[in-house]
Every structure is written in structure tokens, then in C-alpha cells.
Design a protein around this ligand. Structure first.
Ligand code: ASP
Length: 334
């Protein structure tokens, strides 16, 4: 019988109605009580480390979750983190960087409806997650939702209301789970007996979503306040350099300060490739920009926070960013 630690953090799955709307109130024990059938394959201990709407998640809380797993790593075969769906993809990506090469599964889940509602996806998601956390061939950080298992760095919330809220971006599902059966499509042997745990993260990362007409002075402000800036631009990649609003000088100035500027794309699927068009090629080759290729935005944001927590050497930051961790980046141009 597998031994699983269920770590509750709040979210809709644990919410009850109040006059002001849904709010997380159920405890980790109350969550577990809704899935008694899991006793057939695992024993579960529970811990409540916060009870928040995930709108309020902070990078410091990711460290709390990772540290909790670290402290109890030796005592359990797998871990399930219950979390709100709104920022779940960020948390799952962050955990992928804070806990690397875990031979034991660390499953993040939640629900679109509270677990104590009559019609809900919560019971299935929680039972599936406990099942996958008990599975011999499961490793590393992943997200389980609506019968799909998604690598921790590849998840994106794509629907605000429906049960099929998450997709795996630029990467296949690792497995599916139906009626208590796991069909695993992708597995790999884990090289380490013990994961690499990290306990530092630096949230000085910010995001600029490009729109036509945007003034480059926002980048000046961001360059003063932040150490890594992501510009979410268009298509396979380009940075506006029109004479009316040219972003390239500002990019060059920020890069010369030893900071990182990364381009990612607003298009959800297939990623960037800045060498295709001159508007991208020039920005990358002459102005020192990096690009996120097939990484999700959530992975790029949390990876940069993790990198800034480890080093401020620009060369090291660059090579860490382009190193594949938990399947986060596969395509890197030629
Ligand atoms: N606002 C909620 C949260 O992210 C939504 C959910 O859990 O589905 O905590």
C-alpha cells in the first residue's frame, strides 16, 4: 500500500459559498473524506499549509510548498498538492524548478467546482491524483486534471468554467486516467535517487504584453525595477522597431545592465523562432534578447525567478534558461 501526503492550499476544490462568493474553508481532512475509495490503493496523511484562493499565491508560498515536500520526502511514496486552478500552472511550473528529478511523483490538482457540491469534478480529480501519486511509473512534478496528466512545465489553464480547464502546451499528455485506470503514454527512468531541492527564488521578474501603439517607456520603468523582463510579443517573434515606437534601444540598455530580456509569444501553440523574420532576427542577434521557444509563459516566468534566486551572472542565467528541466524546452532553433 502506497503512502501519500496530501497537502492542501485552498482553491475552489476546498471552497464553500459565502455572502461574498466562494471562499476556501474546507480542511485537508474534509477534502480526503470525500474520496473514501482511495483506501483501496493508498493510505493518506494530510496537511493544511494555507487555505487561500490561488489568486493570492506568491512566490514565497511556492517555497513553503516545496519545503514541506522536502521535509517529508523520505516518509512518503508520493505527494498531492490541492490548489486553486487560477494560478495552478504557475505553481506546478515553479515546483518543477524547485524540486528537480524527483523519483517520487508530485501531483498538483484542484477543481472547477467545490468538492462538497452535488455535481463536481473535484472528487474525480482528487481520486485520480491520489491514484497517479501511487503509481510506480510516475515521477517528477505533474498536474492531474479532468483525466489528463500534464508535465509540470507544460500546463496552461485554457477554460475558465469547463471541467477540461487545462491543456498541455507544445507537449503530449503524459498519461490519461479513466475509471481508475492509468494509460501512460510517456514515461522515463529517473536518474537520481533523490531530487535536487532549491530553496531560493527571486520574484523580480515582470511581463510586458505587447499591443500595437504601446510606448517603449514602460520598458524603461520595468528595467529599473526588475531583473528579468519577458516581452510577450507576436507570432514566431519580433520586437517593434518602427520609428514611432522603437523598443530596441531600451532592450539594449537593459541587457547592458546585466539583466535578462526574454521574448515569448502571445500565440498559445508552437512557440517562438525569432530567426524567421528580420524583426526578430535583428532583435535577437544585435540587441541581446533571448527567446522562450516552445516553453509556456508560466514556465518562463517561474524558471527566471528560480534562476535569479541562484545566480546573477548573465552567462550562467542564459545557459540555465536554455537547459531542459522537467520537459520545459525542446525546440531551440537550429
Ligand atoms: N479562484 C479559484 C482559485 O484559483 C479558482 C479555482 O480554484 O478553480 O483559487
Amino acid at each position: 500500500m502506497k503512502k501519500i501526503l496530501l497537502i492542501a492550499t485552498g482553491g475552489t476544490i476546498a471552497s464553500k459559498s459565502s455572502e461574498e462568493g466562494l471562499t476556501p474553508l474546507l480542511s485537508s481532512q474534509e477534502l480526503l473524506a470525500h474520496v473514501p475509495q482511495v483506501k483501496e490503493f493508498c493510505t493518506v496523511d494530510t496537511m493544511q499549509i494555507m487555505n487561500i484562493d490561488s489568486t493570492n499565491i506568491q512566490p514565497e508560498y511556492w517555497l513553503d510548498i516545496a519545503n514541506t515536500i522536502k521535509e517529508h520526502y523520505a516518509d512518503y511514496d508520493g505527494f498531492v498538492v490541492c490548489h486553486g486552478t487560477d494560478t495552478m500552472a504557475y505553481t506546478t511550473a515553479a515546483l518543477s524548478y524547485l524540486i528537480q528529478n524527483s523519483p517520487k511523483p508530485i501531483v498538483v490538482t484542484g477543481a472547477q467546482k467545490p468538492i462538497d457540491m452535488e455535481i463536481t469534478d473535484a472528487k474525480t480529480n482528487l481520486a485520480d491524483s491520489l491514484l497517479f501519486a501511487s503509481y510506480d511509473n510516475a515521477h517528477a512534478v505533474c498536474l492531474v486534471f479532468d483525466g489528463k496528466v500534464i508535465a509540470g512545465t507544460r500546463a496552461r489553464k485554457v477554460r475558465t468554467k469547463s471541467y477540461n480547464a487545462f491543456e498541455s502546451i507544445n507537449y503530449p499528455y503524459l498519461a490519461t486516467i479513466h475509471d481508475g485506470r492509468i494509460i501512460q503514454y510517456i514515461s522515463e527512468s529517473v536518474p537520481c535517487a533523490y531530487p535536487a531541492f532549491y530553496s531560493a527564488i527571486d520574484p523580480k521578474v515582470c511581463l510586458l504584453k505587447m499591443i500595437p501603439g504601446m510606448n517603449p517607456d514602460v520598458l524603461t520603468y520595468m528595467g529599473e525595477k526588475y531583473d528579468a523582463i519577458i516581452i510577450e510579443s507576436y507570432g514566431v517573434g519580433g520586437i517593434p522597431s518602427d520609428e514611432h515606437r522603437n523598443f530596441l534601444n531600451e532592450v539594449e540598455r537593459i541587457v547592458s545592465m546585466g539583466k535578462i530580456v526574454v521574448m515569448t509569444t502571445q500565440v498559445m501553440h508552437e512557440g517562438s523562432d525569432m530567426d524567421v523574420y528580420a524583426v526578430g532576427h535583428v532583435a535577437k542577434q544585435r540587441y541581446g534578447l533571448m527567446e522562450s521557444f516552445d516553453m509556456t509563459l508560466e514556465a518562463a516566468v517561474t524558471k527566471l525567478m528560480w534562476i535569479l534566486g541562484q545566480t546573477n551572472d548573465p552567462q550562467k542565467m542564459k545557459s540555465m534558461f536554455y537547459t531542459t528541466i522537467n520537459r520545459d524546452i525542446l525546440f531551440q532553433g537550429e
